[in-house]
Design a protein around this ligand. Structure first.
Ligand code: FES
Ligand SMILES: [Fe+2]
Length: 394
């Protein structure tokens, strides 16, 4: 099936319907790459936690007594019960509800009743997973030896500093469950061929959905006018362009429609300028880290997208909206104005993606030819096939 893939075409039906392929994806993609778990402002106090769930895995993201963010697998080391069942909360200890083993916030086992004399507490701590913070964004990785984020940080630290990533607050998080295979959601995010026909709101704000030649010309001019500015750096190290052993990433700045300052109903500012920015420049930056996380950086707010598979036929798109942490609601920003563009656009995408899955399930479906506006999607599919083909089991 992998050998039959033709670059420049959509995938064969089996990639959207076969459980064994899904199992391979979990091991070769979701347990290998960095995942966007959430933001430190979701757990401001010691003992605050939330669950991040992906496919069969549930991870407890918690703030420990030393104010550090930790991530533990939500599986008791006794007989495997989930420990936390509420999605958010605050705990002094992580107590298993089944037979009352308890763990501290660092995942160390501290009580287990009536165990044999040779039982070793130290061998029964919770499994913990890798955590990295970039600003307040919490990334986790389920691999024993995770891909390095060194290149990403090295290339982008200064540029991202401009946007004040350390000083953001999460002002809205919405989940959009989509009855479709996760790849259809990511493929849809990765192309703007559909933007003009499907997203009139997006198309009134962003240049990207317009005719390819017009867009490219405007983008070239935009970069020419802003040559040398940190905000206009470009890094294309995504998918198959990632260096071996490094997590993939991309950063690029794109023009908005003439006169548009931010992603709001009228294109007017949404909130106070982020970080060290001093002016609006009629653009927005695309940032991608790993295969499933995307951020859109306007001058005054940031939107984070996460695509998470739940099962073969179901995924969820989570959207996070951030403004600078000293902005005051209803004075500095108005929440409905802030979320309007990406809430509207994502509800439309949910519909498109669900319809795509229905059609892909038909016995008449066969891989279709991609357009010139789907070259980023093509990169994703090429990478996807390479990733599955080269997976060796570790
Ligand atoms: S499964 Fe957790 S204490 Fe038994
Ligand atoms: Fe879309």
């Amino acid at each position: 099936m992998l050998n039959n893939y033709k670059s420049g075409y959509s995938l064969s039906q089996c990639f959207y319907k076969d459980e064994s392929i899904y199992d391979l994806e979990v091991k070769s993609i979701f347990h290998k790459h960095w995942l966007f778990a959430g933001h430190t402002s979701q757990i401001p106090n010691i003992g605050d936690y939330f669950l991040f769930e992906i496919s069969e895995e549930s991870i407890i993201i918690v703030r420990n007594k030393k104010n550090k963010i930790k991530a533990h697998v939500n599986v008791c080391r006794h007989r495997g019960s989930n420990i936390c069942s509420e999605k958010y909360g605050n705990k002094k200890l992580l107590n298993c509800p089944y037979h009352a083993w308890s763990y501290d916030l660092d995942g160390l086992l501290i009580t287990a009743r009536d165990m044999p004399s040779d039982f070793k507490y130290k061998n029964n701590n919770l499994h913990s997973v890798n955590v990295e913070l970039i600003g307040g964004f919490i990334f986790i990785n389920l691999a024993k030896k995770p891909l390095s984020l060194y290149n990403f940080k090295h290339d982008l630290n200064k540029t991202l500093d401009l946007f004040g990533l350390d000083d953001l607050k999460l002002v809205m998080h919405k989940s959009y469950p989509i009855p479709a295979n996760w790849k259809l959601a990511v493929e849809n995010y990765n192309e703007c061929y559909h933007c003009n026909p499907s997203h009139k709101e997006f198309s009134q704000i962003h240049m990207m959905g317009t005719d390819n030649k017009v867009f490219k010309k405007r983008k070239n001019d935009f970069h020419e006018q802003n040559k040398g500015k940190l905000k206009f750096a470009q890094f294309n190290c995504y998918y198959d362009y990632a260096q071996t052993g490094q997590e993939g990433y991309q950063y690029d700045r794109n023009p908005l429609k003439p006169g548009i300052l931010s992603g709001t109903v009228k294109g007017s500012p949404a909130a106070p300028l982020l970080g060290n920015l001093t002016e609006y420049d009629n653009g927005a930056s695309e940032l991608m880290l790993g295969p499933l996380m995307f951020f859109l950086l306007y001058d005054d707010y940031i939107v984070g997208y996460r695509f998470t598979p739940l099962s073969l036929n179901n995924c969820v798109c989570d959207i996070f909206w951030f403004v600078r942490d000293d902005a005051v609601e209803n004075i500095d920003y108005e929440i409905n104005n802030l979320i309007w563009l990406w809430d509207t656009t994502t509800l439309a995408d949910k519909e498109i993606i669900s319809n795509n899955q229905k059609g892909v399930n038909s016995s008449f479906y066969s891989p279709g030819r991609l357009s010139l506006m789907e070259d980023f999607q093509k990169s994703f599919l090429d990478w996807y096939i390479n990733t599955l083909s080269s997976y060796t089991g570790d």
